[in-house]
Ligand binder design. Structure first.
Ligand code: CMP
Length: 590
């Protein structure tokens, strides 16, 4: 090749194979991700003249993780995350603990060291968020209560892994590994407690920064970009925010990419632009998530099946059955119904991205034999392929329980209370978020044209841009919105209620669909009249600079407003120069 095109080759081969095998998988009534995994496994070994760069592929996969977690965050409010904490935090922590010990005990029986056992156990105890989210999406279950518990559970796992990744170097020596560079007094000598404290402070600092600064800055940035009306810039801005924040979070605060991206999405969740952001990032999310599965497939070493069949079976048992049983038992123990227990169990019956990172680190610190990574990858590949069956089995069990009255009463109906309470809490949270969004919501583009005919000539996209300039404002009866003689700072579009313009002895009522406050903005003169609300009014305000921007960008609107202002000022002049003595309550002049 004339120059280095390895990245393009990787993309091309990955997409072509993933499309072909994804298609075949769907025709065989299997989920497409099975096809992507097969595509990856083939790519790594058997394409003549093509050498797959696994390191690059896993970086691309990481972009998939970032975009996907950003998307999950966009549908998850902080309130919803806090609502599921009572089950997610103890559940995830206990499940990681028990599953790790199970894993450690199992591999120590094979003669591996305690350190190797703990690392492998940890790797197998955490599930992949990408796989979970895809599974929930496929079943339309992301927003269900059980779906939210599962996502919350994995967020806790993610946080726990951030801490584990930091502690591993500090613990490596105690567990019998060696820390590269520790002989020179490297990073290992800060002590376990200090290391942990620093990590927790960093994670907390990131969370506080994201939650305090994020809601102010991120929607503002997106709003500015959306106002340009350029879809391409908007998509770019969404991408920049998700990847940029994920990277920044990892570089500055040692938080994982996934967690950083999730927070970025969650911060945007309550902004009125979150739906638009979700829609714009979806295609990229899908494409890169495909690369995630391909890269898992690429790491697969088929010889492990022949070399270590028993170990592999043990690993699979732990991922598919051991871990699920632990999770289900924990969920039942905290009083939740069996349907929640088996859903969480199915959600957790797989391993993915974090396990590879942790295993890589375990090998680097001399804790885990190389064999460990191959086992984890093989376990991951098989468990991801079998995950749809895990969900099918969960559904089957729910049905079985439902079919038996006493069992149903004891395991499901009699245990609805905590789930119902959580459901109510999530619903209240949803309503709160909706009410908050409604406060900021103005009109839909169609309503805008209906209420204010001057916008009817604009295209739907143009109207959407116009809407981004409006700030909703409300006025109470008797409230003076404009004072005569003041300098102009805004124009108002009246969407409901009535206002009165005071012109000497004459009063003019304006009704929904009318505009006021435009004259001073156009002429540069002080306000020509007092304007007072007659009842509860909903207004859409345009600041001076935004008003000018709209006038500049939309000549039709400028024409209508200029004509209106000229007519009104001519009318007022006439009044001063000696009016013919018209009626006191003239119709609005729009
Ligand atoms: P402005 O001068 O900025 O502030 C007072 C507003 O009252 C003015 O803009 C118009 O929007 C409105 N106004 C003034 N005169 C009339 C009129 N004759 N008919 C309707 N509205 C008017």
């Amino acid at each position: 090749m004339p120059h280095d095109v390895s990245l393009i080759a990787l993309f091309a081969v990955a997409f072509v194979l993933a499309s072909v095998f994804g298609y075949i998988a769907t025709r065989l009534r299997l989920p497409p991700l099975v096809g992507y995994l097969v595509a990856g496994a083939l790519m790594a070994k058997s394409i003549p003249g093509f050498e797959a760069d696994t390191a690059m592929a896993s970086q691309l996969a990481e972009i998939g993780v970032i975009l996907l977690m950003f998307g999950v965050g966009l549908h998850f409010s902080l309130g919803a995350l806090l609502a599921v904490r009572r089950i997610a935090i103890p559940g995830a922590v206990a499940q990681i603990g028990i599953a790790t010990l199970l894993g450690a005990a199992m591999v120590m029986l094979w003669g591996w060291s305690l350190g190797a056992g703990l690392v492998l156990g940890l790797c197998l105890s955490v599930a992949s968020t990408v796989v979970l989210v895809k599974a929930l999406e496929e079943r339309g279950a992301v927003a269900t209560t059980n779906g939210r518990i599962a996502v919350g559970w994995l967020i806790v796992e993610d946080l726990a892994m951030v801490i584990v990744l930091v502690l591993l170097p500090a613990l490596a020596e105690v567990l019998g590994g060696q820390v590269p560079g520790a002989a020179h007094g490297g990073g290992g000598d800060r002590g376990l407690v200090a290391e942990l404290a620093i990590t927790l402070v960093k994670v907390a600092a990131f969370a506080v920064l994201a939650l305090l600064l994020g809601p102010r800055v991120m929607p503002w940035i997106l709003r500015q970009v959306a106002r340009t009306g350029s879809r391409e810039l908007f998509t770019l801005a969404v991408l920049t925010l998700s990847v940029g924040i994920a990277f920044g979070a990892a570089a500055l605060f040692d938080v994982s990419f996934a967690l950083g991206a999730f927070f970025a999405g969650m911060v945007l969740n309550e902004s009125d632009l979150s739906h638009k952001a979700a829609a714009q990032s979806l295609p990229l999310q899908d494409a890169f998530a495909v690369l995630f599965f391909v890269s898992v497939g690429m790491l697969f070493d088929p010889s492990i099946v022949v070399r270590e069949p028993l170990l592999l079976l043990g690993v699979l048992w732990l991922i598919l059955i051991g871990k699920s049983l632990v999770a289900a038992a924990l969920v039942l123990a905290v009083g939740y119904p069996v349907s929640t227990a088996v859903t969480i169990a199915a959600a957790l019956a797989q391993v993915g991205e974090f396990s590879f990172i942790l295993a890589g680190l375990g090998i680097a610190y001399g804790l885990l034999p190389r064999e460990g990574l191959s086992l984890i990858v093989a376990g991951s590949l098989v468990s991801i392929m079998l995950n749809p069956f895990a969900f099918w089995a969960a559904g089957w069990m729910i049905e079985r329980v439902r079919a038996r009255a006493t069992l149903h009463e004891r395991l499901e109906a009699g245990r609805r209370a905590p789930l119902a309470a959580l459901e109510a809490e999530l619903e209240a949270e949803r309503q709160r978020a909706e009410a908050k969004a409604a406060k900021h919501r103005t009109l839909s583009p169609a309503e805008l044209a209906e209420r204010f005919p001057m916008f009817a000539t604009l295209s739907a996209e143009q109207r959407e841009v116009v809407m981004l300039y409006f700030r909703p404002r409300h006025a109470r009866p008797g409230e003076r919105i404009i004072h005569k003689g003041d300098a102009a700072d805004a124009a108002y579009f009246l969407s409901s209620g009535e206002v009165e313009v005071e012109l000497g002895r004459r009063r003019i009522k304006l009704r929904p669909g009318d505009v006021f406050g435009e004259m001073a903005l156009i002429s540069g003169q002080p306000r020509s009249a007092n304007v007072t609300a007659l009842d509860y009014c909903d207004l859409l305000a345009l600041t001076t600079s935004d008003f000018r921007e709209i006038m500049r960008r939309f000549p039709e609107v400028r024409g209508t407003l200029a004509t209106l202002a000229a007519q009104r000022s001519a009318m007022n002049r006439e009044e001063v120069d000696g009016p013919p003595g018209g009626p006191q309550d003239a119709a609005p002049s729009t």
